[in-house]
Design a binder for this molecule. Sequence first.
Ligand code: COA
Length: 404
Amino acid sequence: MTVLRPIREDELTAFTDQLSRAFQGRPASPEWLERTRRQRELDRTLAAFEDGALVATAAAISFELTVPGALTPMAGVTAISVLPTHRRRGLLRTLMRRQLDDIHERGEALAGLWASEAQIYGRFGYGLATYSASVTIASHRSAFAFPFEDPGSVVLAAAEQARAAAPGAWEMLRRAQPGMLELTDVYWDLRFQESEATRDRLGELRCAIHELGGSCDGFAIFRQRMDWNRDKSSLLVEQLVAGSPAAYAALWRFCLDVDLVGWVEASDRPPVEPLPHLLADARAALPTVSDGTWLRLVDVPRALAARRYSAGGELVLAVRDEFCSWNQGVYELAGGPQGAECRPSSRPPDLELSAAELGAVYLGGNTFRTLAGAGRVSEVSEGALDRADAMFHWPVVPWNPTHF
Ligand SMILES: CC(C)(COP(=O)(O)OP(=O)(O)OC[C@H]1O[C@@H](n2cnc3c(N)ncnc32)[C@H](O)[C@@H]1OP(=O)(O)O)[C@@H](O)C(=O)NCCC(=O)NCCS
């Protein structure tokens, strides 16, 4: 018999070992165990047991997510794994069922996750909401298109200084950036603490901060992989976060100008960003795009009322949701830049779609028209796609640079 329950503290090592074996093929390192111990919310950390042995894992983290025009709670779904001997017997489905019921009971209207494989989570109502890009720039092609004079300055920061400065710059950006998450003190502590083993494996974690008027308005976290052959030397930008255009240009210029580096590689970037427009050779900085956060509207009317809309308007949506049947129905949404209301309706629908499609358009990263092109949204009343897209569009492209 399978027993599904939150784990106890003394089961954290077994939980983390199972997870580590699934993703890295080996038991958890002491560093991973320490991170887990400090970050896991035990009442949201589920495991399935058979004959007393742990066979599957799932967890959720309580986040605050930036949505268009507002901040709202989101359950960050993570740590999903099933023992290879127990795969394809429905354990993931059982975990998803329990977890989404819990999230619903807690009153969180949204759940989000990073998917190991893009085929898995659509069936549970998650839609592809943000995109994540990586970019590799040859240093010799990185000249700016226009002269740039930094009104502030870039300084190299030791770990403690970076730990103190980074959260302020993060907050400047994330409150207006749909898709970004509020990060806890524990997260920031761990971000700048690395074991020697990790340092040996990946190279030293370094940080540059941008200062303007005595405060930090941006930072870059990077590592260098040096080789005597400059063409093989690279600078890996793990994070570049800027609260102003000056900090953005200055931090990129810094990263692109480090001596003896042939390539600058950046990951977890937004799919569309100013960088190519900063360079004289825009083609040198064109990104490769992958999927980012998958989003699930756990409570459709509450989620739709939680964000703001660019253009005022009304829409009637017929929503299919087999996995969370409490969402199934027709809803009337009235929204604009100041706020929104959403309630059950008996009016004829303008659009028909499933909860996963709502997840995909919710942050403004996809249009209804694109999804209609894939046969995923049906336009019932003429002009509804354009009205919906005018409402849901948001000028800031959604981006989540945080893996969880
Ligand atoms: C992905 C994983 C959790 C699936 O667990 P599982 O218990 O085998 O999944 P289930 O048996 O409950 O499958 C549920 C459904 O998802 C499908 N599915 C599961 N994993 C899938 C995959 N990797 N690709 C495509 N479909 C998948 C199943 O076919 C089944 O389909 P159905 O709805 O048509 O019946 C498991 O294979 C695993 O641990 N993988 C390694 C770690 C990992 O990738 N975790 C996910 C992190 S985001």
